[in-house]
Design a protein around this ligand. Structure first.
Ligand code: DQA
Length: 158
């Protein structure tokens, strides 16, 4: 076992990381007919409230418009968080790098999408990141993140 992982195991706390990909910082402005009128700040609040209710000791909500920054954040999660909720946004459908990063750290991960991607364009039908996730939540709006954190908490309790 890697040193960072050993230290993490001793801490006996439950920490979650929520990762949001490009354009999710534009929630409230961006295509409200698809993504709603609530802002990114509301999304952060929903994640913090849900994580508290579910017994997580901490949650970080991270957003970046840059693929490499998302890869970096996933790598940094190794040994410091217990599980990941990820909405890679457009990178869902393109990024083998994000898939490989999730596989590299091998942390339990849940894929989440605000919209029902399965009912949208053909190019949204492939999910690379999803191949490294044990569950997927779609079409539940911002509350889908609370659902995804619940699935993660249940998985970590096992
Ligand atoms: C999204 C769906 C993606 O296809 C899209 O590129 C996004 C948001 C969602 O949350 O519904 O940016 O991940």
């Amino acid at each position: 076992m890697h040193q960072k992982e050993r230290t993490r195991k001793r801490e006996n706390t439950m920490k979650a990381l929520v990762i949001n990909g490009p354009n999710l910082n534009m929630l409230g402005i961006r295509e409200p007919g698809i993504y709603g009128t609530e802002t990114y700040e509301t999304l952060v609040q929903i994640c913090q409230d849900a994580a508290g209710d579910l017994g997580f000791d901490g949650v970080e909500v991270f957003q970046s418009n840059h693929e490499g920054a998302i890869v970096d954040r996933i790598q940094e999660a190794y040994g410091s968080v217990d599980g990941i909720v990820i909405n890679p946004a457009a990178y869902t459908h393109t990024s083998v790098a994000i898939l490989d990063a999730l596989k590299a750290v091998s942390l339990p991960a849940v894929e989440v999408h605000i919209s029902a991607v399965e009912d949208r364009e053909d190019f949204r039908q492939i999910s690379y990141a999803g191949m490294a996730c044990f569950a997927r939540v779609t079409g539940e709006g911002l509350q889908g993140y609370a659902h995804a954190l619940k699935l993660l908490a249940e998985k970590l309790a096992k």
